[in-house]
Design a protein around this ligand. Structure first.
Ligand code: NAD
Length: 247
C-alpha cells in the first residue's frame, strides 16, 4: 500500500516551485509552546492581551514581563529535526523558500537560507519612536532590565508583528509572489487561522498548487484546501519525507 508520505514524495519529485508555510507547531519539539500547548507561556499570558500592540503602547512594562520569558525561551531553543529536514529540502533543490509565522530564528539556525519572516524576529529590538534597531545583547535582559532606546528613551519592542500591527509591505509582496508561483505548498504546524499568513495556501491553490499539510491534528484547512494530510509530529514526518526523496 502506498503511504501518504510516499504520495507526497512523488508529487514533490515532479514539482518545480515548492514552498513551505510554517507555524508555531514546528518549534514545539524545540521546547517553544504553540498557542495551544497547555501549561506553557500562553496559559500564563493571554496572547490576545500580551501580543497586542495596543496593550504594548499603553503599558509596555506589563508586556515586558512576558517578553523576558519569551526571549529566554527562544534564545535557548535549538532547531529540531523538522527544521533541519526543511533545510535539507532546500539544499537538495526541492524547496525554494520557507515562509514562517515564527519569530524564533530556528529555521535559519537549522540551515535554511531563504526564510521569509512573516511576523518578524525576536532577536532584534526596535524603537517605535526613532526606528533604530538593536541586538538584545546590548541590554541586560537577563537582569530583567526593560531596554530603552539610548537616543530617545522610548521602551524598545521586539521586532515582531504584534496583533494590531501591519505585516511589512515587502514581506507581503514577496510571500504573495512565492504563493502565486508555487506548485506545491508544505503547510507545517500551523492552525492556519492567523491572517493574512493563513491565506497563503488558498492563493497557491487558486494557481494550481498542491497543498500538503503536516500537523498533529486536523485544522480548518484540512477539509478546505489540503490535498494530502500527513498526521504526526513534524520532527518525525519531515525527516521521513527527506529520506524518501533521497532514495
Ligand atoms: P498555533 O499555535 O495556532 O497552531 C499550532 C499548530 O501546530 C496546531 O495546529 C498544532 O496542532 C500543530 N502542532 C503542534 N505541535 C506540532 C508538531 N510537533 N508537529 C506538527 N504540528 C504540530 O500556531 P500558528 O498557526 O503558527 O499561529 C500562532 C501565531 O503565534 C503565529 O502568528 C506565530 O507567529 C505565533 N507564535 C510563534 C511561536 C514561535 O515563534 N515559535 C510560538 C507561538 C506562537
Amino acid at each position: 500500500m502506498v503511504t501518504e508520505l510516499e504520495k507526497v514524495a512523488e508529487i514533490i519529485k515532479k514539482s518545480k516551485n515548492m514552498i513551505a508555510l510554517t507555524g508555531a507547531g514546528i518549534s514545539v519539539e524545540s521546547g517553544i509552546p504553540d498557542f495551544r500547548s497547555s501549561g506553557g507561556l500562553w496559559d500564563k499570558y493571554n496572547p490576545a492581551i500580551y501580543a497586542s500592540i495596543h496593550t504594548f503602547n499603553s503599558n509596555p512594562e506589563k508586556i515586558w514581563e512576558m517578553i523576558f520569558e519569551l526571549m529566554e525561551m527562544t534564545q535557548s531553543a535549538k532547531p529540531n529535526a523538522g527544521h533541519v529536514a526543511l533545510a535539507e529540502l532546500e539544499k537538495i533543490g526541492f524547496l525554494k523558500a520557507v515562509i514562517t509565522q515564527n519569530i524564533d530564528n530556528l529555521h535559519q539556525e537549522g540551515g535554511s537560507n531563504n526564510v521569509i519572516e512573516y511576523h518578524g524576529n525576536a532577536n532584534t529590538l526596535e524603537c517605535l519612536k526613532c526606528g533604530r534597531k538593536f541586538s538584545p545583547e546590548t541590554f541586560d535582559l537577563a537582569g530583567k532590565k526593560i531596554p530603552k532606546c539610548p537616543d530617545c528613551g522610548q521602551v524598545l519592542k521586539p521586532a515582531v508583528v504584534f496583533f494590531g500591527e501591519m505585516i511589512p509591505q515587502n514581506v507581503l509582496l514577496e510571500s504573495q509572489k512565492y504563493a502565486e508561483e508555487a506548485d506545491v505548498v508544505l503547510v507545517v504546524g500551523t492552525s492556519a487561522i492567523v491572517y493574512p499568513a493563513a491565506g497563503i495556501p488558498a492563493v497557491a491553490k487558486r494557481n494550481g498548487a498542491k497543498i500538503i499539510e503536516f500537523n498533529l491534528e486536523e485544522t480548518g484547512l484540512t477539509h478546505n484546501g489540503t490535498d494530502i494530510f500527513v498526521q504526526g509530529p513534524a520532527g518525525k514526518t519531515l525527516p521521513a519525507l527527506v529520506e524518501l526523496l533521497k532514495k
